[in-house]
Design a protein around this ligand. Structure first.
Ligand SMILES: OC[C@H]1O[C@H](O[C@H]2O[C@H](CO)[C@@H](O)[C@H](O)[C@H]2O)[C@H](O)[C@@H](O)[C@@H]1O
Length: 554
């Protein structure tokens, strides 16, 4: 019988940490560091490690780049070997949402986006299930829709917007399969890794599985699925509450963090380079943890996570202090999870469990009010635990409680007035390409001028949830502008991008450590939903683009 522990250990020594990973990644054989950790092994992991040890001995521990390339060629297959061609069974040429779109060009675009689901589908070959140790991919039973480009596996938070898009496209079986994969992953790992690779298994991403189940259940009116999922949803919720909470201002609040050691395997060289600013191994290790916590937030990377010596957000990656910042949206999402779990228990008639989760939600809401709400700014703010003060910097997530319902609806009028004033003061409505993620120009991809689809969605839905005429009007304006700007980019390039440019109507984003990616899962999901929402009255002929002059009613 094979020693499974030793096999897993060897697999992790190749894909997650150790001298083989270090040697190959530092040789810079591939333009994108992620390429190597996605490659399949030609031999069992133990044999690969034995060969590597002999190889290092033979070359006196200093092999040349050519020799390392030769080692990789003889021991690894090119990336992508884990998948087989797949067309989703439930793909429909003409889902209902298309017929609700009046403008013919927008309708054609909606149809193109519906077609892209087929290109983004990935099904694993049987061998992955039989011999998972040869791969870095995490085996799952059902096919998935991936973000696209370099991202050829599932990503946790991306899947929320992808699944909603699939539901609007009536691809119920694919959407449900993706959720079932996640439920089985919670069973196996206790939580959901950042993405579908073993090298992502020290961290997660914003916990949106419960909201995915809620979306599915609302679309299909199928509460039985919610009840089947309940155990695992509770399990994931408890994972976050038990492993990711700290005390701030006397309240239990959640933060992003990571449980592994060393650089990110998929960006190994990049992390070694930035860690050069630190002299001790301990400081380097802290830096890696901050980077991985940033990746867990999904906003990798952003000045949002910088705290410099003066307690401000000016700086660079060496100032990352992700683990010392209490993020608004994470707590707002956990509140949402508790409320949804309570609702599912209520449906199931579990009175005690319903009350238990209502209480958990109420406690989180209290913490959000006390730690994040800021009267002076008029919105919620992240909290700096080092300097024990709020971080008054713009991020769309400052409005996250509106999206997840983590506010008292009886306060809507008051919140609406202050949030709209905040938006006005910061001139957030003045950007032709959408609301930027921050107002800081750092060159990092989650900073100015990049605009991210999930964050536009958060703002549009959040303002709408405020349910005041002014907030709803702005929500619709931003929704229309987002659709038109994405359409313009698509018209010019025939592509959907992972991020866009606030400064250019129809411009795509850039910056950060990898090239801007096309595809793109969450971008398509958001537009399919917005086309369904606005398609009846949205017209391209009236395509004047606001630069803020006709901003929401003042
Ligand atoms: O390889 C660098 C990083 O890439 C991922 O992050 C970015 O893409 C993800 C997929 O679209 C998205 O979920 C994330 O918000 C983006 O910043 C990956 O998630 C990171 O862990 C990885 O280090």
């Amino acid at each position: 019988m094979k020693n499974e522990g030793a096999t897993e250990d060897a697999q992790h020594q190749i894909y997650c940490h150790g001298p083989l990973l270090h040697t190959v990644q530092m040789a810079h054989l591939f333009k994108d560091s992620k390429t190597f950790v996605d490659m399949k092994l030609k031999n069992r992991p133990e044999k690969t490690m034995q060969d590597f040890n002999k190889f290092m001995l033979k070359h006196n521990n200093t092999p040349s780049e050519l020799e390392i390339r030769d080692f990789v060629d003889t021991h690894f297959e090119e990336r992508g070997k884990e998948f087989e061609p797949w067309t989703p069974n439930d793909w429909k040429e003409n889902p209902e949402f298309l017929s609700t779109i009046n403008d013919p060009d927008l309708r054609q675009w909606g149809s193109d986006l519906n077609g892209i689901w087929k290109e983004l589908g990935r099904k694993m070959i049987e061998d992955v299930h039989k011999h998972p140790e040869y791969y870095s991919i995490i085996p799952v039973d059902h096919p998935v829709i991936v973000p696209g480009g370099r991202f050829i596996e599932f990503y946790y938070w991306d899947s929320y917007w992808i699944i909603r898009g699939l539901l609007y496209s009536e691809m119920y079986e694919t959407a449900r399969g993706m959720i079932e994969n996640f439920l089985s992953i919670v069973q196996r790992f206790g939580f959901i890794p950042n993405g579908g690779r073993v090298y992502y298994s020290g961290r997660s991403q914003p916990p949106l599985l419960t909201a995915m189940v809620k979306s599915y259940v609302d679309f299909k009116k199928d509460y039985s699925f919610a009840l089947e999922a309940l155990d695992m949803l509770e399990h994931e919720f408890e994972y976050w509450m038990n492993n990711h909470t700290v005390q701030a201002k006397g309240y239990d609040v959640a933060i992003y963090k990571d449980s592994s050691t060393g650089p990110r395997p998929e960006s190994y060289r990049e992390d070694i380079i930035t860690s050069g600013a630190f002299s001790t191994d301990e400081d380097k290790e802290h830096h890696y943890s901050e980077l991985k916590a940033g990746a867990e937030s999904g906003m990798d990377f952003s000045s949002r996570w910088f705290i410099n010596e003066n307690g401000t957000s000016d700086g660079d990656l060496t100032d990352l202090k992700t683990r010392s910042i209490v993020p608004v949206e994470l707590n707002a999402i956990l509140y949402w999870n508790a409320k949804i779990i309570a609702e599912f228990h209520d449906k199931a008639g579990n009175k005690a469990k319903f009350a238990e989760y209502e209480l958990k939600a109420a406690k989180i809401l209290e913490a959000i009010q006390a730690v994040h709400w800021n009267d002076e700014a008029g919105v919620w703010l992240d909290y700096d635990m080092i300097n024990q003060k709020p971080r008054n910097y713009f991020v769309p997530t400052n409005l996250a409680p509106l999206w997840t319902g983590a506010f008292n609806s009886s306060d809507s009028e008051r919140i609406s007035t202050s949030v709209l004033k905040y938006i006005d003061d910061l001139k957030l409505d003045s950007y032709p390409g959408g609301v930027p993620n921050t107002l800081a120009h750092t060159g990092e991809q989650w900073d100015f001028p990049n605009v991210w689809p999930p964050m536009q969605y958060l703002l549009i839905v959040g303002l709408e949830n405020l349910d005041t005429p002014e907030a709803k009007k702005l929500s619709e304006r931003w929704g229309h502008r987002w659709v038109k700007s994405n359409f313009e980019a698509y018209k010019q390039t025939q592509a959907m991008f992972e991020k866009y440019d606030a400064l250019r109507f129809g411009g795509h984003g850039g910056g950060g450590e990898y090239e801007v990616q096309k595809g793109f899962g969450w971008s398509n999901g958001v537009i399919v939903e917005l086309l369904t929402k606005y398609g009846g009255d949205l017209s391209l002929s009236n395509s004047a683009v606001s630069t803020g002059d006709d901003a929401f009613s003042k």
